[in-house]
Ligand binder design. Structure first.
Ligand code: GLY
Ligand code: MN
Ligand code: MN
Length: 436
């Protein structure tokens, strides 16, 4: 993939956005830290490192302790921590496509990184070492700068779309191989390995821990284990993505084996239709809360069609919270450097919060979509034991078809998730281009 020119345009856009944000806050410049590794308590082992997202937005260099030095009218500077070290490898990708966009200063140790900061005037700092930054005279309490940057980060540049597209292509390779493994009776663990191998990634290169759930585990929304037993599952819920230059895809597919109950297969078919109809509605200006509500209405109708609910209308199923028993999470979220990317909860660049939906408190995106954003569309339908047990004690418990629910509980649940770019007059479904 040819990324030099798109990256150069990406940096120009970020530089323009930052210059107006700094000016609005009367700041002379900004230092962004790549971050420091997390060391486990009472141990000397580090968690896999993730660069500070604001840093990753500017620079794909993936390790800790670097600084970006950003100021109006000046080429961005990368103060690269570059120690003489034989315990770990510190790659110097000086011919990578992105290097020409920076003035790169190599520093051998951490104190020298701070000393290399060419600071005079009012500078801000974003990163985890706030006490140290304050000692160096940097301002660390800059919420308006951060909310402006988060707001801007919602709108993806063409470079970012290319990265998300590549992350999607890799994720789709994994999903295909995982489906084949499931069809041949593989365990969760084996399906996970098939996914990693086909996507060509290792575990730490995933944007989030893959959810590989056979049967009833599909009802655990962020199920984290990979069991070696059972094999020959009748339902697979696989929620897994891949990253490319830190941009992650977030893809879910649900598959049934022939032995799955016919009622569950019908619900899966309908969920596929509901998910695709919802994706079709994505365009700039549409309210995400409205899309979420329409999804609940469709699930209300499905609960009645499948005879899981009797004696109530689709509308009543929504207003009385019965659809929430089967779909307790939001329809989707912003996607980018972070799997649950920033900006979905703020109403404007000032960071004022969008009014929470009282009916749907779990929604991560609460406002009208903007051209250039990327969102997930991921309706689900689950048989979640704690929520069903609660419903069984309801005044209206008699409206549920408990024998059917008890028959389908072992199937866990369904989620179907695509990543969709918002356009002025419509959308682009990145996922379906690679995983129809
Ligand atoms: N994998 C987490 C999510 O879909 O939001
Ligand atoms: Mn997901
Ligand atoms: Mn998601």
């Amino acid at each position: 993939m040819q990324l030099t020119n798109p990256f150069s345009a990406h940096i120009q856009t970020l530089q323009q956005r930052l210059e107006s944000a700094l000016q609005a806050q009367q700041l002379d410049g900004l230092v962004i830290s790549a971050g420091v590794p997390h060391v486990h308590f009472a141990d000397d082992h580090e968690a896999p490192f993730q660069a500070v997202p604001h840093f990753a937005h500017w620079c794909p260099q993936p390790d800790p302790y670097h600084f970006l030095v950003l100021q109006p009218g000046k080429k961005p500077q990368l103060v690269r921590w570059s120690p003489q070290d034989y315990w770990a490898e510190h790659i110097r990708p000086l011919d990578a496509y992105w290097c020409a966009a920076f003035d790169i200063v190599e520093v051998p140790e951490r104190r020298a990184s701070w000393q290399a900061l060419p600071i005079s005037g009012r500078w801000a700092y974003i990163g985890p070492e706030t006490s140290m930054a304050q000692e160096w005279g940097l301002q660390t309490d800059v919420p308006l700068l951060v909310s402006q940057m988060d707001w801007d980060r919602g709108i993806k540049t063409p470079y970012e779309i290319l990265c998300l597209e590549e992350a999607t292509r890799l994720g789709a390779l994994g999903h295909r191989a995982a489906k084949t493994a499931f069809d041949t009776g593989a365990s969760e663990f084996e399906i996970h390995l098939a996914y990693l191998q086909a996507a060509g990634v290792n575990e730490t290169e995933l944007p989030y821990g893959a959810i590989v759930a056979l049967n009833e585990k599909g009802a655990v929304l962020h199920y984290q284990h990979k069991r070696k037993e059972p094999r020959n599952g009748h339902v697979l819920l696989l929620d897994a993505g891949a990253t490319y230059q830190r941009y992650g895809s977030d893809i879910t597919r649900t598959h049934c084996a022939p032995a799955a109950p016919e009622e569950f297969k019908m619900i899966l078919q309908r969920m596929e239709e509901i998910q695709q109809r919802t994706c079709q509605k994505v365009r700039a200006g549409i309210s995400f809360v409205e899309l979420h509500h329409e999804t609940h209405m469709a699930i209300g109708a499905l609960l009645i069609e499948s005879q899981i609910l009797r004696g109530c209308s689709a509308e009543e199923a929504v207003t009385t919270g019965k659809t929430t028993t089967f779909l307790p999470h939001g329809l989707g979220h912003m996607l980018g450097i972070q799997t649950h990317d920033v900006g979905g909860l703020q109403r404007n660049a000032l960071g004022e919060p969008e009014k929470r939906s009282t009916q749907y408190p779990r929604l991560r995106t609460l406002r009208a979509l903007r051209e250039g954003e990327v969102v997930t569309i991921e309706p689900g339908f689950y048989f979640i034991p704690v929520l069903l047990d609660k419903a069984r004690k309801d005044d209206t418990a008699g409206q549920y078809n408990w024998p059917l629910i008890d028959k389908l509980r072992g199937c866990g649940g369904i989620r179907i998730e695509d990543n969709v770019q918002v356009k002025a007059e419509g959308h682009r479904n990145l996922t379906r281009e690679y995983l129809p």
